[in-house]
Design a protein around this ligand. Structure first.
Ligand code: 5GP
Ligand code: ZN
Length: 114
């Protein structure tokens, strides 16, 4: 996707602080941190949102899931806890239309969200 900012990050056309990368996913620091630890985990393939997950591409969700706790260990938030957020669409507050998981930690987060 030519105009997608996260595809540009995957292609290294835009720099980012990469925390983890393999052939299917990338994890990098959010440019506007909402917590001392705030990273984004994305599929390398352009998937617009969680709405676009179906039987054909669902394996990427399992792959991201197994990597979340590994990332939490690497980031030092495995024991203290953290929040995983997927925003979807307008009401969900999604601003970048490439599926991404926010992982937030190293501070107590309020609930419910505003
Ligand atoms: P959303 O609101 O779509 O759930 O989250 C998009 C996130 O992407 C925001 O937290 C925003 O700070 C982050 N973001 C937007 N542009 C860039 C960028 O160019 N680099 C990085 N590292 N993060 C970005
Ligand atoms: Zn994209």
């Amino acid at each position: 996707m030519e105009d997608c900012i996260f595809c540009k990050i995957v292609n290294k056309d835009i720099p980012s602080n990469i925390i983890y990368e393999d052939d299917k996913i990338m994890a990098f620091e959010d440019v506007n941190k909402m917590a001392p630890v705030h990273i984004l985990v994305i599929p390398k393939d352009h998937i617009p949102s969680i709405n676009a997950i179906d039987e054909g591409n669902k394996d990427i969700i399992a792959h991201i899931s197994v990597n979340i706790s590994k990332l939490a260990q690497k980031l030092g938030i495995y024991d203290t806890g953290y929040r995983v957020v997927i925003n979807c669409g307008k009401d969900g507050g999604q601003t970048v239309e490439h599926l991404h998981y926010h992982i937030l930690g190293k501070r107590a987060l309020t609930w419910p969200p505003g």
